[in-house]
Ligand binder design. Structure first.
Ligand SMILES: N[C@@H](CCC(=O)N[C@@H](CS)C(=O)NCC(=O)O)C(=O)O
Length: 206
């Protein structure tokens, strides 16, 4: 795990949300500081040859190295009170929105952050940043539209993995002092509301 990086943060938010719902997953968290390059050291590469975070060590000593399968594994291992929902439709919908957020929003937001004010020291690239901003408009409109029926969270009343994924990316943007929401009051209200949640308060630092 690492406190700022979006993919570890989304798993940490998920774990915190499950705790708020009464399930303490009791997972020991080990910080691997990507800003200091610790993820490229042999100790971490032994866990994950791709050098990315997060990583979950299973009881059999194997590792999961992708954030969404880590969350889905925890959902299946501890199904009572799982976030994904009760019916195949609810679960599919939650996965659908999460994928839209991760692939169409979190990806471009991360690239934008690194192209403007990278915490990893990547040189600024205004052209790339403008390209990412443009790419974000349709998916951000999609979320704004989703929230137009007054639902408090992205999938309705119940917190979802999509909420965790979006908020993890927004923390990264806040850290680099960027704001890409534009004129989208419902998304801004969702952001303020989500950050008031006890899980968010316990995990988010920016
Ligand atoms: N698809 C992977 C992506 C993981 C990823 O790229 N993590 C970032 C932190 S948010 C990372 O480790 N970056 C360091 C690097 O790629 O060198 C997941 O969802 O877990």
């Amino acid at each position: 795990m690492v406190p700022l990086a979006p993919n570890p943060t989304k798993v940490m938010l998920y774990i915190a949300e499950r705790r708020e719902l009464g399930l303490d997953l009791n997972i020991e968290q080990i910080v691997v500081n990507t800003v200091k390059g610790r993820h490229r050291e042999p100790e971490h590469l032994a866990r994950n040859p791709f050098g990315t975070l997060p990583v979950l060590e299973l009881d059999d000593g194997n590792y999961l190295v992708e954030s969404l399968p880590i969350i889905e594994y925890l959902e299946e291992q501890f199904p009572e009170g799982a976030l994904l929902g009760e019916t195949p439709e609810a679960r599919a919908r939650a996965r659908d929105v999460e994928r839209i957020v991760d692939l169409r929003i979190a990806g471009p937001m991360g690239t934008y952050a690194h192209a403007t004010n990278s915490p990893l020291g990547i040189p600024a690239n205004p052209e790339r940043a403008a390209e990412m901003k443009e790419k974000l408009q349709v998916p951000l409109d999609y979320l704004e539209n989703l929230l137009s029926d007054d639902r408090p969270l992205l999938l309705g009343d119940r917190v979802s993995i999509a909420d965790c994924t979006l908020q993890a990316s927004l923390q990264f943007l806040r850290h680099v002092e960027a704001d890409l929401f534009g004129e989208r009051p419902l998304l801004r209200a969702w952001d303020a509301r989500y950050r008031e949640r006890p899980a968010a308060k316990g995990v988010l630092r920016w």
